[in-house]
Design a protein around this ligand. Structure first.
Ligand code: PMT
Length: 408
């Protein structure tokens, strides 16, 4: 059966603003047109310094617009119609100035007026020099836009037009297309009505009444997964360790600080679940003797004897019934893919999600993540750096598609 592209017959308005990355937009237009999208370009005056309206008109098969008025007879490009026409608006590249204007509702050209008139989802793919990107003004503007529901397509790391190296390159056209595709794709609702056990956060292994062995997990990734599952209509059981944020509402949640307590809760809940998603960072060892009083500072060195914790995921996979699905996470610092695939096999999992500590915007504590999903049949999907809720949505989308395909 032929795959129906999520872009087929979708109306996508691309707003191009002034920046060197504008030269990549014709490539994006080609990808979207090939997938069956209708594309309307609206570009700012300064964007014309980097890409020609003629090129964009030819590729999009529609006049690329930048002026309110088409002629001196009073014909005009109605920004309200354009805003309402679009199923999705993408601003790419979105420079620091455009992000600031969007934040403050400044409406000094056709594109900004279209944005203010739009009712559809809006995506921004920022591009700028690394210092402009990390500047508090830009970051505050981005956060404000994200809080208002604008979708952020994170810039990528690499060489910048200034000659500097760092974060600020606009995401590559293929990655932008993939991001939009995940949003537009009809969600295979594999999870509707499924009972899903999610684990999140880090465990804490006590040394004495005031100290513990722990890790940097904040719970953000696991909670984002739980939230998305709730939206998909799953019945979510959430077991979490130490976290820095509140667990989502509308699910059953239990806090278990040690690996032993987390195992006991998971053992209790898993037998009645259809799916387990183990995003918790579980300590592999615990202190053999937990002091009943605070350990006093005496000698120069302190030796702790640690014993191995049970592997929760592995032991649950040993009890797995045929209909049950187990998804693990892996956090690696070297030979990432090799170790992730080893865990997939050794823990007898259906899939494993690898997040790499090599990307400073992925993994522990940060609001963003970059992951690769490896499935036991060899399929794999990469999800580029995005906010954790977007990663969770894209991950469950891929997982739902894969599970629908392989379990029915
Ligand atoms: O919480 P955040 O700050 O948002 O960060 C999210 C995260 C980086 C913690 C998360 O995305 C993640 O990667 N979680 C798993 C981290 C980890 O412990 O990986 P691991 O490679 O050590 O373990 C592999 C798998 O076995 C994991 O699913 C883990 O939950 C599980 N495990 C590990 C040890 C153990 N004793 N029992 C287990 O079940």
């Amino acid at each position: 059966m032929l795959r129906k592209s999520p872009f087929k017959n979708r109306k996508i308005l691309i707003g191009i603003t002034g920046g060197i990355a504008a030269y990549k937009i014709p490539q994006l237009v080609r990808i979207l047109k090939k997938e069956g999208a209708e594309v309307q370009i609206v570009l700012s005056e300064s964007a014309k310094n980097f890409v020609t309206p003629q090129t964009l008109s030819v590729l999009s098969e529609k006049p690329a617009l930048s002026d309110f008025f088409k002629s001196n007879q009073g014909d005009w490009n109605n920004h309200v119609h354009l805003g309402l026409w679009a199923d999705l608006i993408l601003i790419a590249p979105a420079g620091a100035n455009t992000l600031a204007k969007m934040t403050h509702g400044i409406c000094d050209n056709l594109l900004m007026s279209v944005i203010l008139s739009a009712r559809c989802p809006i995506f921004v793919a920022p591009a700028m020099d690394l210092d402009m990107w990390i500047h508090p003004s830009t970051q505050t503007n981005i956060q404000t836009l994200v809080d208002r529901g604008v979708h952020l397509i994170d810039p990528e790391e690499g060489s910048l037009a200034s000659g500097l190296e760092g974060k600020g390159r606009m995401a590559e056209p293929e990655n932008i297309a993939q991001f939009l595709s995940a949003h537009l794709a009809p969600k295979p609702n594999y999870f509707l009505g499924k009972r899903v056990l999610v684990s999140a956060g880090g465990t804490q292994e006590a040394i004495d009444p005031v100290r513990y062995i722990g890790n940097h997990s904040s719970g953000k990734m696991g909670f984002a997964i739980a939230e998305q599952l709730i939206e998909l209509g799953a019945d979510v059981e959430l077991v979490y360790g130490a976290v820095t944020i509140a667990p989502p509402a509308n699910c059953h949640s239990y806090q278990t600080l040690s690996a032993k307590a987390m195992k006991a809760k998971c053992d209790e809940i898993f037998p009645t679940c259809d799916v387990l998603i183990m995003a918790a960072a579980v300590a592999d060892y615990h202190a053999v003797d937990v002091a009943s009083e605070k350990i006093k500072k005496s000698d120069d060195a302190l030796t702790l004897t640690l014993a191995k914790n049970p592997d929760i995921l592995k032991s649950l996979s040993e009890t797995k019934k045929e209909h049950q699905v187990l998804i693990g996470f892996a956090l690696e610092t070297e030979k990432e893919e090799f170790h992730a695939l080893e865990k997939l096999q050794k823990k007898n999992l259906d899939c494993i999600v690898l997040n790499s500590l090599k990307n400073p915007n992925a993994g522990f504590a940060v609001d963003t993540n970059e992951v690769t999903l490896y499935c036991k049949d060899g399929e794999q999907f990469h999800i580029p750096t995005q906010q954790k809720d977007q990663v969770a949505a894209a991950l469950l989308n891929k997982l739902g598609e894969w599970l629908t395909k392989t379990t029915t």
